[in-house]
Design a protein around this ligand. Structure first.
Ligand code: FPP
Length: 249
């Protein structure tokens, strides 16, 4: 059996293969609340959140979705209690170390977007290692936004372009949307078609501001640690009902 026939078999019968999003982005909200409701420390919600993300990645791969992007840590998240920030940094590092072998086996290509230089050195090393090891994998593209802010991303792109203009490498008239996109962290990945946000909040919270221009937004009250394949299936059914006009009639 080929990998492709597996994909077709696994896709639920009520989903149309030709109308699947190519790229799904997720804001994984509600970990803290999930833990609190169970009388557990917030970090337990993050821990459980990792398992949910792993399963979603696998599900996207099984169903033939090309790219998944997850908002793991925003530029604003440094404002959380220091113990929680430290826990998250250690968690990212540990998960990367533990999952690399499986990502290779499953042909996942992982990349990180954000201001990575500000992350702990040991995490930066793990990030570099995982990106280098998986860069030639041809399966699903998994992007993790870490110390990421949409406004910050746009500002850094402006700076890079301004520098080229200053050096005479570029004329201002040559700056168009395609050139601008090439200076974003996400260069090379198609824009998200579907943004899923858990835990009921109706915001995009500085996530992929440029790239989200025409994304369909799906918000569920379910907290991230409870977001399972059934919920994802529901989000995709909803997405397939949408009429995407991209500003046209
Ligand atoms: C938001 O819930 C969640 C986060 C800020 C962290 C999400 C990170 C993960 C699930 C780990 C991903 C790991 C890798 C390696 C990609 P919250 O804490 O804001 O929840 P609350 O709104 O209930 O307080």
């Amino acid at each position: 059996m080929t990998a492709n026939s597996t994909v077709l078999q696994d896709l639920p019968a009520d989903l149309m293969r030709e109308r699947l999003p190519r790229h799904v982005a997720v804001i994984m909200d509600g970990n803290g609340r999930w833990a609190k409701r169970r009388g557990m420390p917030r970090i337990m919600g993050h821990r459980r959140g990792v398992d949910v993300l792993k399963d979603l990645l696998r599900c996207c791969r099984d169903w033939g979705i090309e790219a998944l992007t997850a908002y793991a840590f925003s530029t604003e998240n440094w404002g959380r209690p220091v113990e929680e920030v430290e826990f998250l940094m250690t968690l990212f590092e540990r998960v990367l170390r533990q999952e690399l072998r499986e990502m290779m086996q499953e042909n996942v290509r992982i990349q990180f977007v954000g201001n990575l230089n500000a992350l702990p050195k040991s995490l930066q090393e793990e990030i570099e290692r995982s990106m280098a090891a998986t860069q030639n994998n041809s399966g699903i593209r998994f992007t993790v936004a870490t110390n990421y802010g949409g406004r910050q991303e746009i500002v850094q792109a402006c700076r890079a372009i301004a520098r080229k203009v200053e050096q005479g490498l570029l004329q201002p008239e040559q700056i168009d949307e395609a050139l601008f996109e090439r200076h974003l962290y996400t260069c090379g990945t198609c824009d998200p078609d579907l943004l899923i946000r858990t835990s009921g909040e109706m915001r995009i919270s500085n996530f992929l501001l440029w790239q989200m221009a025409y994304a369909e937004i799906y918000v569920t009250d379910t907290l991230w640690p409870d977001f399972d394949r059934k919920e994802f299936h529901q989000a995709l059914c909803d997405y397939q009902q949408r009429e995407r006009r991209f500003g046209k009639l």
